[in-house]
Design a protein around this ligand. Structure first.
Ligand code: COA
Length: 377
């Protein structure tokens, strides 16, 4: 490796690209804070709406501020007949992440402040996206099953409404709480791939819808958000706890990845996992199906013993969403419905102190040469 190549950090591993006051990821203590609050404390004490407010405003809301925030979100959940028409026109085989990416892009064209990238306009756009993304996800999902969309209900919380528009009913409070907790845990996570994508797009002066469209494209990948779906496919393939260990041995033999394990930043455990596992266990009790959590326990113990690799948030979130009654293709779109909060907080932060993101590459192609005439090639 030449001298000039030695400072290349493939995958930007360990590179500190900017300052940020949104969240702090602390791998040395396996912990994560949003605006200074431990994520597990927020998950137990707050609603997703309070956490969204916190991420966007830097402080938790008081009761009046929370009521206003909830009313603003709940009042903007409806999507236009034009977007419903576009969603109906999607191929039935379309990947749900492609569907929500396209819907967000369309919402950008419909946005009443499309040309305005000022901070107040971006904040209003963020609120519209927070409110409308679940409606688009639910409509696209129901369309693939030949079902009509369900109208959002402004009297319901963000989490309750999601169940209503996807499944047509609101479940028991403990199920809604487990879902709300998952939304809080998924909301924000430093300079992860999709957030950095959103910041890069923003750094060019482009608008929030463009940044979020690109972020959704990045989140789709199985090394990022797509892992929560992959976990449930994996558990379904294993089928029963008694087969978990032999299945895992087969993966070790092929040096294959086990989805839901490992993390670029946390090497000794992900602080979000104990909280999500607790609520996934609650779901198993509520539904009366312990199979998935038993399989998960066996896999996690064996991965730690054999590989010293810990599970990440996607590992308990996958079975939790299944036990809540959601189809697997909805899992990563749910991540979008939550992470729009973190993405928007970063877009606002990036735009406020902007510098175009434009790294360098070390050229390793052929040396400069003369262009030969056509008849000499
Ligand atoms: N299953 C099996 N082995 C794994 C693993 C997994 N899920 N995750 C990491 N490893 C192994 C790697 O094979 C590598 O082994 P080696 O040193 O023998 O080559 C070692 O652990 C280090 O992993 P590395 O790929 O260098 O880590 P990374 O920081 O580049 O990648 C992830 C991090 C998340 C991309 C990676 O752990 C992964 O692909 N996990 C599965 C997908 C997933 O759950 N993604 C959600 C992330 S929140």
């Amino acid at each position: 490796m030449s001298e000039s190549q030695t400072d290349i950090r493939k995958g930007l591993v360990g590179v500190v690209a900017d300052v940020s006051a949104v969240s702090k990821v602390m791998p040395e203590t396996n912990s994560l804070t949003y605006r200074g609050y431990a994520v597990q404390d927020l998950a137990e004490a707050c609603s997703f709406e309070e956490v969204a407010y916190l991420l966007w405003n830097g402080e938790l809301p008081d009761a009046t501020q929370l009521a206003a925030f909830r009313a603003e979100e709940a009042g903007q959940r409806t999507i236009s007949p034009a977007l419903h028409g576009v969603i109906r026109a999607f191929p039935k085989s379309a990947h749900p992440m492609d569907a929500i990416r396209t819907a967000v892009s369309f919402l950008g064209m419909e946005d009443p402040e499309a040309g305005d990238v000022s901070e107040p306009a971006t904040r209003r756009k963020a609120m519209r996206l927070l409110a409308k993304i679940p409606t688009a996800i639910a409509a696209a999902h129901r369309a693939t099953k030949g079902l009509e969309p369900v109208e959002p209900d402004p009297r319901l919380s963000f989490a309750q409404n999601f169940f209503q528009i996807v499944l047509g009913q609101v479940p028991a409070p403990e199920v809604v709480k487990a879902f709300d907790v998952s939304l809080i845990l998924y909301a924000e996570h430093g300079f992860n791939a999709s957030t950095f994508t959103a910041r890069t797009v923003t750094s060019t002066g482009a608008d929030l819808h463009g940044a979020v469209t690109a972020a959704i494209a990045a989140l789709k990948g199985p090394l990022h958000g797509g892992a929560n779906e992959a976990v449930m496919h994996m558990l379904s393939e294993i089928g029963e706890p008694a087969k978990a260990l032999s299945w895992l041995e087969g993966r070790f033999d092929h040096k294959a990845l086990v989805m839901g394990f490992g993390h670029r930043v946390y090497k000794n455990g992900d602080s979000r996992v104990p909280t999500m596992t607790k609520y996934a266990e609650t779901m198993a009790e509520v539904v009366g199906d312990r199979r998935w959590m038993e399989m998960s326990r066996i896999l996690a113990a064996a991965m730690l013993e054999r590989k010293n690799i810990h599970p990440n948030l996607d590992f308990p979130a996958g079975p939790a969403y299944h036990l809540m009654g959601f189809d697997i293709p909805l899992f990563t779109p749910i991540f979008v419905a939550s992470r729009i909060t973190g993405w928007a907080a970063h877009v606002i932060e990036q735009a406020a102190e902007n510098r175009l993101i434009r790294p360098l590459s070390h050229y390793n192609g052929v040396a400069q040469r003369a262009v030969p005439p056509l008849d000499a090639r």
